[in-house]
Design a protein around this ligand. Structure first.
Ligand SMILES: *[C@@H]1O[C@H](CO)[C@@H](O)[C@H](O)[C@H]1NC(C)=O
Ligand SMILES: *[C@@H]1O[C@H](CO)[C@@H](O)[C@H](O)[C@H]1NC(C)=O
Ligand SMILES: *[C@@H]1O[C@H](CO)[C@@H](O)[C@H](O)[C@H]1NC(C)=O
Ligand SMILES: *[C@@H]1O[C@H](CO)[C@@H](O)[C@H](O)[C@H]1NC(C)=O
Ligand SMILES: *[C@@H]1O[C@H](CO)[C@@H](O)[C@H](O)[C@H]1NC(C)=O
Ligand SMILES: *[C@@H]1O[C@H](CO)[C@@H](O)[C@H](O)[C@H]1NC(C)=O
Ligand SMILES: *[C@@H]1O[C@H](CO)[C@@H](O)[C@H](O)[C@H]1NC(C)=O
Ligand SMILES: *[C@@H]1O[C@H](CO)[C@@H](O)[C@H](O)[C@H]1NC(C)=O
Ligand SMILES: *[C@@H]1O[C@H](CO)[C@@H](O)[C@H](O)[C@H]1NC(C)=O
Ligand SMILES: *[C@@H]1O[C@H](CO)[C@@H](O)[C@H](O)[C@H]1NC(C)=O
Length: 396
């Protein structure tokens, strides 16, 4: 009887795994041969998922969502680490694994090539249940990185095609080839690439369990996950960071440049970030959450931020501006009975003033420390809008 129950439970678990085995596409912007992407591929396969890698033939870091295609049918240079030699086709499989593909283009284009050619032609599925990007070498924190990172670019492109996607980034600076992953480090621990991959796969698995056979994330939604520096080369002080729910903005940075007069060149690097920067105004989401940048700065934590690809300004929530008032008379509703031309410099009443518009709310939770910080941002934001308002008034 006991044994029967045990086997029934086992069968239920096996059934669960069967039902929840996903078709996963993995990509990155560091190149198809780096340790992190290969370790993630191994980790999700070990969990029973059917995985394909389609990633850039070489490093395409910092390309965001940009679209850059191969311009020759055959490679004019070896791929990363000489895995495939010049002269081979610009799209192809790793000679050692028919589920690992390279394409000589940016991450978003690799996803396109995967969805519209590789998977439908060579895999036993066409549309993945999930796209995973990374883990990137180096964290991608805040909305500056959101648009600039090829790792994240591949995810917002995938989400645009209707597929849930997660960007993973790990605070580990040096890219290493997949064949140099150490079984154990000098400290007797797993390679940081293996740990980053297992952390990523574990998060995926918890989402799979939660989804229970449904979509992993709702249409239009994605996750940006950042991991701290994994210390497994040296010690075990940060090898199992907890995953913390964060938001993209909040104590985030933007960047500036330095001009070097003797070289005549600009270099990036000046961090610009404080309460008054636009990237730290809380408009969408839960303002009480700690920003991912602030969390990673705190120590051994991983951040998980939820984003959507609906970039429209919201008409409800925090620090919301009434768009109809912001845009003035020239920008009209499509249903207006008499649209006035955009060259009409004296237009004053084109917009139907009787249309009801949402009212701005600045209500922010006030009973904890992080809320106090956001209240401060709201104040700053309010004065900013006042300045913009005065500016708009003067210019009309
Ligand atoms: C394929 O695997 C073999 C043995 O694991 C290795 O020696 C070889 O370098 C690999 N080839 C490529 C292109 O990675
Ligand atoms: C590309 O390489 C293949 C051999 O791999 C060759 O047959 C083909 O002619 C080459 N194509 C071009 C455009 O050079
Ligand atoms: C697709 O292939 C994978 C292994 O490559 C296999 O585990 C899976 O069962 C296959 N799925 C279907 C629907 O044939
Ligand atoms: C494996 O360890 C060696 C020596 O510590 C190091 O140089 C190499 O980068 C490690 N490989 C990876 C993938 O981290
Ligand atoms: C998961 O889905 C199955 C049906 O597909 C249902 O029977 C089961 O109750 C669900 N489990 C949970 C925890 O929601
Ligand atoms: C563990 O190693 C990291 C570098 O990987 C170092 O910064 C840290 O101080 C070390 N911690 C301890 C407790 O030795
Ligand atoms: C400007 O560039 C030169 C040459 O690389 C370098 O030696 C110098 O330190 C740079 N100056 C500054 C202010 O960064
Ligand atoms: C006209 O369009 C606006 C914006 O879509 C909408 O809010 C408003 O309700 C519409 N008015 C009528 C009368 O349909
Ligand atoms: C404004 O909307 C009302 C109905 O809501 C309509 O009767 C009127 O014609 C509209 N005026 C213009 C200028 O579109
Ligand atoms: C410009 O718009 C006003 C309404 O704001 C209208 O009375 C006037 O006829 C328009 N002029 C032209 C040239 O369309």
């Amino acid at each position: 009887m006991r044994l029967a129950k045990f086997y029934a439970a086992l069968a239920a678990i096996a059934n669960l795994f069967q039902i929840n085995a996903l078709n996963i596409l993995i990509t990155n912007d560091d190149g198809f041969g780096v340790s992190n992407i290969r370790e993630l591929y191994k980790a999700v396969k070990a969990l029973g998922h059917n995985a394909y890698i389609v990633a850039s033939a070489s490093d395409k870091s910092g390309t965001g969502g940009s679209l850059s295609f191969a311009t020759t049918a055959n490679l004019t240079a070896d791929t990363q680490y000489g895995i495939v030699k010049a002269g081979a086709p610009s799209v192809g499989a790793d000679p050692n694994d028919s589920h690992i593909w390279y394409y000589n283009g940016t991450p978003s284009v690799c996803v396109m090539v995967a969805l519209d050619y590789i998977l439908s032609t060579f895999a036993n599925f066409s549309t993945p249940d999930l796209v995973l990007s990374g883990p990137n070498y180096g964290d991608n924190l805040g909305d500056f990185a959101y648009t600039g990172s090829g790792t994240i670019g591949a995810t917002y492109f995938s989400i645009g095609r209707g597929i849930p996607a997660i960007a993973f980034s790990a605070n580990y600076p040096t890219t290493t080839p997949y064949y140099e992953v150490n079984t154990t480090t000098k400290a007797g621990l797993k390679d940081p690439a293996t740990i980053a991959a297992e952390l990523a796969a574990n998060l995926v698995q918890s989402l799979v369990a939660k989804a229970n056979g449904s979509r992993i994330l709702p249409l239009g939604y994605g996750l940006n996950v950042n991991m701290p520096y994994i210390t497994s080369f040296d010690n075990s002080s940060c090898v199992d960071p907890p995953l913390i729910h964060t938001r993209l903005t909040g104590d985030a940075w933007s960047y500036g440049v330095k001009f070097n007069a003797s070289t005549g060149l600009f270099t990036a690097g000046l961090k610009v970030g404080n309460d008054a920067t636009g990237i730290n105004v809380c408009i969408n989401g839960d303002c009480t959450l700690i920003g991912e940048t602030a969390l990673i700065a705190k120590g051994c934590y991983s951040s998980v931020s939820v984003f959507t690809v609906d970039y429209d300004a919201p008409n409800f929530g925090n620090n919301v501006v009434d768009e109809t008032k912001l845009l003035g008379a020239l920008v009209q509703n499509l249903n207006s009975t008499s649209l006035i031309g955009g060259l009409n410099a004296t237009a004053t009443a084109g917009r139907n003033a009787s249309v009801t518009t949402p009212t701005a709310t600045s209500s922010v939770i006030t009973n904890d420390a992080s809320a106090a910080r956001w209240t401060r941002y709201s104040g700053t934001a309010a004065s900013l809008w006042l300045v913009i308002g005065v500016f708009l008034l003067c210019s009309f």
